[in-house]
Ligand binder design. Structure first.
Ligand code: CAA
Length: 387
């Protein structure tokens, strides 16, 4: 039987190391890495704070031990971790005083468009409508549009049952939503957030179309988790107005939005989107247009490692329980894979493998097999667990 401590070491240590390398490479600030994991995944603290708590030397030594066994570069203690372990110092000190000033609206945002009718699009429409914005949401059929209202109604009913909302609030939120089956309905929105299929050709076609439909000055945002935002911008004649707004699942609950700027994104678009995030009570972090951004880049290799660990014969429930107990994460890796969807997880892991070329990022065979078998998670009632 593998102990909780061994499971923690196997799955969590490489995640911590990876976070140090992300900071070392100047991809993200200490504050944004920490906020990413706290507000995107519901962790009690981020990876760099966890290293400060455990002690850099403890983490470095445990990683060095794993590296001696595995020879995998992902386990080789990051140079900065080694330096902190040897010379002293904390990530809290490294990150101190680097917070960005409060963003303000540089463009007016009164009306929001959402394209898509899936879980993410429905959740995003709810977030804006709950914060008082008029929302036009576009789907391919009346049935799909009804699904969005159904999703939001269910969430609001749950809040009412818990005494956290009222029938009047629910009616007000629903009244701010207007469904449309034609994209032309987006002509007068101030920002469009798209959450359609995670397929580059499908999204490129949408961006070309939005470029023709939306009024000048409208911001075109994508919630893609794995495709290059730069390419979506380049499909339009207004790449300066194109930006990533990566929400997390479930969108009404998870407070994080990764704001992804491309080399072409205008500074006033970036600032307006960050101000909008604050207005809808989300926490924005800044990301460059790189595979996995902050959170998925740290999260999915850990989830993939969990699948690899299970392949060695360790029981899924044992892993899920150990991670919740030893690491304090809100969900075990297999519970989370089933929420995200194995198809989505596989696509993200493949992108990370392609971008970083780490052999240790190669998607686990079982993840590939689950997708091939159509066992995608909660949405198909069977993934790693059965629902
Ligand atoms: N939609 C809307 N609201 C929901 C919800 C849903 N699907 N699921 C739960 N909630 C609400 C509940 O109503 C409850 O609200 P109140 O506090 O206002 O009453 C709140 O969330 C907490 O829910 P519960 O008490 O029922 O359950 P919980 O304590 O187990 O929390 C959770 C549920 C918030 C989802 C928690 O398990 C969690 O934080 N999980 C981690 C999720 C995560 O890591 N997401 C990121 C995935 S990666 C990603 O999204 C990026 C990508 O590109 C794929």
């Amino acid at each position: 039987m593998t102990s909780s401590d061994e499971i923690f070491d196997t799955l969590v240590l490489p995640y911590l190391n990876h976070a140090v390398r992300m900071y070392e490479a100047s991809y993200a600030s200490v504050t944004d890495i920490e906020a990413g994991m706290v507000f995107g995944c519901g962790y009690a603290q981020g990876p760099l704070t966890l290293i400060d708590e455990l002690g850099a030397a403890t983490v470095r030594d445990a990683l060095a031990k794993r590296y001696a066994e595995s020879g995998d570069r992902l386990h080789q203690p990051a140079a900065l971790l080694d330096r902190l372990a040897t010379e002293g110092g904390t990530f809290a000190e490294l990150g101190a005083g680097a917070d960005a000033p409060r963003p303000t609206f540089k463009r007016d945002i009164a009306k929001v468009g959402v394209v898509g009718t899936g879980t993410m699009a429905s959740g995003i429409a709810q977030v804006f409508a709950q914060s008082g914005y008029d929302v036009v949401y576009v789907g391919r059929s009346q049935e799909k549009l009804d699904g969005v209202v159904g999703y939001i109604t269910k969430n609001l009913d749950r809040a009412i049952a818990k005494g956290k909302s009222t029938e009047d609030d629910k009616a007000a939120v629903l009244a701010r939503l207007t469904g449309a089956t034609e994209r032309a309905a987006l002509a007068d929105v101030d920002i469009v957030v798209e959450a359609i299929a995670e397929d580059l050709d499908v999204k490129l076609e949408l961006f070309r179309d939005l470029d023709g439909i939306c009024k000048p000055g409208a911001i075109l945002a994508t919630t893609t988790s794995s495709l290059p935002v730069t390419q979506l911008g380049a499909a339009t004649d207004r790449p300066a107005d194109v930006i990533g707004m990566h929400f997390f699942n479930p969108a009404p609950v998870m407070k994080l939005v990764e704001v992804v700027t491309t080399p072409s994104t205008a500074a006033d678009v970036d600032e307006t989107v960050k101000a909008l995030c604050a207005k809808v009570r989300k926490v924005a972090v800044s990301c460059g247009d790189r595979s996995g951004f902050i959170v998925n880049c740290l999260l999915f290799p850990y989830l993939n490692d969990a699948v690899l660990l299970a392949e060695t014969g360790v029981d899924l429930e044992v892993i899920d329980t150990a991670i919740k107990e030893a690491a304090g994460f809100p969900m075990g890796p297999f519970e989370l894979l089933d929420v995200v969807g194995n198809d989505v997880s596989l696509a993200i892991q493949k992108e990370l493998h392609a971008e970083f070329k780490e052999p240790g990022f190669a998607p686990a065979a079982t993840l590939e097999a689950k997708v091939a078998a159509g066992e995608l998670g909660r949405k198909t009632k069977k993934g790693f667990h059965t629902y």
